[in-house]
Design a protein around this ligand. Structure first.
Ligand SMILES: Nc1nc2c(c(=O)[nH]1)N[C@H]1C(S)=C(S)[C@@H](COP(=O)(O)O)O[C@H]1N2
Ligand SMILES: [Mo]
Length: 392
């Protein structure tokens, strides 16, 4: 893994980063090792947020490189993880197509593929910061990551099947199934994207960071919808349906929705969560870290947005009273995060300090400072505080 990582770091222009970090690494890895009381970790150090079905979080303080390894990448499951055999797997393509298809794993791997870095973030990332507590998996900041995905552009598959007139949306169905509160009997996980997005950006990914897609990330094949919240990137893909109507499935119109008010405040409407919101997160220091007084400290983190580029990251070390520009590292990579750093002149007096970070994107969208209830228990996009102890 060492060779390809170095090559990738060069590609993404973040190689300088690695050297600067190694000195600080010892300090924070010690801190990370303990974790919060009662927290269970996997062998690769992921935090177990839920056992059944398994949901795993990356300790965000472990962020180091542009790409998160497959072993460190968060896992978000709604239903028990299916174990699929490549040999038996079929992908059906049907609905408003002239020629319905049934593709094997080999059929798909024979088609020409693209490799793109892309970020996935769970819409519930940061939920543990909501007050009062909201229901759902209590994610800290680590339900997010950037990986390099290899797959067949969905456009090529749709071309092969041939679209009929009226085609408007593409529905992705996963092989996993389970019970949801308001329905009798199990349902499959499914999400949809409009045809334009499907043809422009979506990949049917069968590799992750140069390796076969791991079972927990959707083996043998998943949809990858760059620039959108992770929920759209359906794992264990088994069926694609082209429809002329907006899809109204459970994870599209009941769960993973928010309230919008395009007609004024009095008649809110429910919309599916789609494009990622602009957001910056602090990786280091971690919460409750002891920071030496009167010395420089390198604050480090990542920022991302949806269908745009991160333009600016600002850091506050006084709980949001004043903001200073952070340095963006590497180059902008569409649909991935941008790493950043900020040199903090830590005050010489001991005491508590609250750090915050906020981002602005190339479409002029800035992170809101206040939480809106219309977002229900998703999209925790306001800056979340990192409280540290400055000690002389
Ligand atoms: N089939 C299926 N696909 C799914 C899910 C799921 O539960 N089942 N979870 C979704 C959600 S909410 C997220 S955030 C991403 C997480 O992808 P990862 O587990 O590879 O990190 O997968 C999405 N795709
Ligand atoms: Mo998610």
């Amino acid at each position: 893994m060492k060779e390809p990582m170095n090559r990738r770091e060069l590609l993404y222009g973040a190689s300088a980063l690695v050297a600067g970090l190694s000195s600080a690494r010892a300090a924070w890895s010690a801190l990370q090792a303990g974790g919060a009381p009662g927290e269970t970790r996997t062998a690769s150090g992921l935090i177990v947020r839920q056992q059944e079905p398994i949901n795993l979080e990356m300790p965000f303080g472990n962020l180091r490189d542009f790409l998160v390894s497959n072993e460190q990448f968060y896992v978000r499951n709604h239903f028990p993880q299916p174990r699929l055999e490549a040999r038996d797997w079929r992908l059906r393509v049907e609905g408003l197509v002239r020629q319905p298809l049934e593709l094997t794993y080999d059929d798909l791997r024979k088609m020409s593929s693209r490799t793109v870095p892309a970020l996935l973030e769970c819409a519930g990332n940061g939920r543990s910061f909501l007050e009062p507590k909201a229901k759902g998996v209590q994610w800290d900041r680590g339900a997010v990551g950037t990986a390099e995905w290899t797959g067949v552009p969905l456009k090529a598959i749709l071309q092969r099947a041939g679209l009929k007139s009226g085609a408007a949306e593409v529905v992705f169905e996963g092989a996993d199934q389970g019970e949801v509160a308001d329905l009798a009997g199990p349902i499959h996980f499914a999400r949809a994207v409009p045809l334009a997005k499907a043809q422009r950006d979506v990949l049917l990914a069968h590799r992750m960071n140069g390796a076969e897609l791991p079972p927990s990330h959707g083996f043998p094949v998943r949809a990858l919808v760059p620039g959108w919240y992770g929920v759209s990137s359906v794992k264990w893909l088994s069926r694609i349906v082209v429809t002329d109507q907006p899809f109204r499935g459970y994870f599209q119109s009941v769960d993973y929705t928010y309230w919008d008010r395009p007609y004024g405040g009095s008649v809110p409407i429910q919309r599916p969560i789609t494009e990622l919101s602009v957001k910056a997160q602090i990786a280091r220091p971690v919460g409750r870290e002891v920071v030496p007084a009167g010395k420089p400290y390198r604050v480090f983190g990542a920022a991302w947005t949806g269908e745009a580029d991160v333009e600016r990251v600002e850091v506050s070390t006084d709980g949001g009273r004043t903001w200073n520009p952070a340095r963006l590292l590497g180059k902008p990579v569409r649909f991935a995060w941008r790493l950043w750093e900020y040199d903090w002149n830590v005050p010489s007096r001991s005491g508590r300090a609250t750090l915050l970070a906020r981002a602005t994107d190339s479409k002029g969208r800035q992170q809101p400072t206040e939480r809106s209830r219309d977002l229900r228990n998703y999209m925790i996009i306001h800056p979340v505080p990192t409280e540290v102890e400055v000690r002389g």
